[in-house]
Design a protein around this ligand. Structure first.
Ligand SMILES: N[C@@H](CCC(=O)N[C@@H](CS)C(=O)NCC(=O)O)C(=O)O
Length: 207
């Protein structure tokens, strides 16, 4: 059975889990709770992924796949059921990049604002992260008609999960404020069974 290095806190993992559910593959992948701490490389994880990052997928034939983009591509190729996550039109992958790019802003923002000792935090960096987050959600607000006009794909998953992560870790930023179309689109995303089956939670960290 395939083994996925997993955490219920990780948005990149959730993106993969939503894709696995959409493709009917979730029951064929065993999840193993792996604590990938950006400040402490994980020796065991690095034997399969030298970057010490999750999601990482170990396949039964010994092959190892990372990162979330590659694992989602594997899911799309491995199952004929569910939506086609990677259509030929590159807009889907462009939107995937925007969603994961938003996460690439949110995670260092979280580290800067909450994990670093207070005296070392940079207000300038936090202002940059906030600026980029706001510009991305503004861009998305104006692109909702395009999102709604095409079948569900990896772009919808990536953007939808990134917005879920803002709710999970940056609720006070109020991304819905002034963005009614995006809020309505995301309400539809939240109703999908694949999204409801993969909610974020702060579980106890493994030792
Ligand atoms: N580009 C990667 C990013 C994965 C990533 O940064 N995952 C975080 C968990 S949310 C992680 O493993 N961090 C550990 C580290 O940075 O060392 C992907 O799309 O899978």
């Amino acid at each position: 059975m395939a083994v996925l290095h997993w955490s219920p806190r990780s948005p990149y993992v959730r993106k993969v889990m939503v894709a696995l559910h959409e493709k009917g593959l979730a029951a064929q992948v065993q999840t193993v709770r792996t604590h990938a701490d950006p400040l402490i490389p994980h020796e065991g994880l690095m034997t399969v992924n030298p970057l010490s990052k999750i999601p990482t997928l170990e396949l039964p034939d010994g092959a190892v796949l990372f990162d979330s983009h590659v694992i989602c591509r594997w899911a799309d190729r491995s199952s004929p059921t569910g939506p086609c996550l990677f259509p030929d039109d590159l807009t889907a992958e462009r939107d995937e990049a925007l969603g994961t790019g938003l996460l690439d802003v949110a995670l260092p923002w979280l580290v800067e604002a909450r994990l670093r000792p207070e005296a070392q935090r940079s207000a300038d960096m936090i202002a940059v992260y906030r600026c980029k987050m706001q510009r991305v959600v503004d861009w998305l607000e104006s692109h909702v008609p395009a999102l709604e006009a095409r079948p569900f794909d990896i772009g919808h998953i990536s953007i939808g999960v990134a917005l879920c992560y803002l709710d999970f870790r940056f609720e006070a930023e109020g991304w819905r404020h002034g963005r009614p179309r995006l809020a309505a689109w995301h309400a539809g995303f939240l109703a999908r069974p694949s999204v409801q089956a993969t909610v974020f939670r702060d579980d106890p960290r493994p030792v």
